[in-house]
Write a protein that binds this ligand. Structure first.
Ligand code: PCA
Length: 323
């Protein structure tokens, strides 16, 4: 073998070793490509591919195309996929500790949301470990506001409205406000309004803009009542079988994605509210009466939670309020 073929053969061996070790991960996510959470995850996948020299490739399957939102957590748990994203508070039925970011007015600003996440993270890390899951990063949506056809001045104005909900807490909130909630996934919002299944909702300006809320409602009232998060989790066994270098690359890319995601979220709130205004929606500051009424409902929900909650949820609330 001459020198050149020797080098080429060596390179080929090195290449095939890398190729044999290359991991291709499918990653289901619930929201569509244009949503900033998905954009952030696409960036995370790119960062990781670069950092590992192509040995870990993640293909993102957005908008519930690979697994429906409700099935993503269990798909990762059962190793049908190694990694996935979902709306954290959907797991509140397993343990109230998962749902605290969707409790009205418990943590309503980014500063409070950051404190809540610091209190939640160690607790839910342990809870998820029981299911062989490991959290990688969590990113909040902008604060949640109210979308309606008519101006809403008090809680009584919500009475009887067919209301789109995305988790149990919002369903309860809507019920306590006298509205009639129905669960609808974010990508299905336009159709749910178009068919008259729902006529009002609470969500972020991001989801308001991505679902073109101006096509079906005229008023946006930024009640800014809670700051819920998406979380990205990996299957612990899938993570553990990777070499140390790849594991470190994942943790680093995850930390970067978490920091980037929070910044993206903060920028979204104003930018997407402006998009709604440009498209003709009336952006109306909430009246003190409306906020007072909604806070009463929030206080009721917190009191109810505190009487029935798991020790883990109570520990999170205590840690959060101590800060
Ligand atoms: N958008 C998602 C969750 C919270 C949000 O702002 C949704 O409406 O489903």
């Amino acid at each position: 073998m001459n020198k050149l073929t020797g080098i080429l053969a060596g390179a080929a061996v090195a290449f095939s070793v890398t190729a044999a070790q290359a991991q291709e991960w499918n990653m289901p996510t619930p929201y569509s490509d244009a949503v900033f959470h998905t954009q952030n995850i696409i960036e995370f996948a790119k960062d990781l591919e670069e950092a590992t020299g192509g040995s870990l490739k993640i293909t993102v399957h957005s908008a519930g195309s690979l697994f429906k939102h409700a099935d993503i957590k269990n798909a990762v748990r059962s190793r049908q996929v190694p990694i996935g994203e979902f709306f954290l508070s959907r797991l509140a039925n397993e343990n109230a500790a998962f749902g605290l970011d969707s409790l009205p007015f418990l943590a309503a600003s980014y500063d409070e949301a950051e404190k809540l996440w610091a209190a939640q993270k160690p607790v839910i890390t342990e809870l998820l470990a029981e299911q062989n899951l490991m959290p990688l990063f969590a990113v909040p949506w902008p604060a949640q506001g109210l979308y309606t056809k008519n101006e809403i001045k008090t809680v009584a104005d919500l009475s009887g409205l067919k209301f789109r909900a995305y988790n149990a807490a919002l369903e309860e909130f809507a019920t306590l406000a006298g509205a009639a909630p129905t669960q609808v996934e974010a990508p299905d919002i336009p159709q749910a309004f178009a068919t008259g299944q729902v006529e009002a909702m609470i969500t972020s300006p991001s989801t308001g803009a991505s679902s073109k809320a101006w096509d079906f409602v005229s008023y946006y009232t930024p009640i800014n009542a809670w700051v819920p998060k998406n979380i990205v989790v990996v299957n612990k066994a899938e993570f553990d079988r990777l070499d140390e270098e790849t594991q470190a690359a994942i943790l680093l890319a995850a930390a970067t994605a978490e920091a980037r995601g929070w910044e993206m979220s903060k920028a979204e709130a104003a930018a997407k509210t402006a998009v709604m205004a440009e498209n003709g929606m009336n952006i109306v500051d909430p009246s003190p009466e409306l906020i007072a009424g909604l806070k009463e409902i929030g206080a009721k929900m917190l009191a109810e939670l505190e009487t029935n909650a798991s020790p883990e949820a109570l520990a999170v609330i205590e840690a959060y309020q101590a800060n």
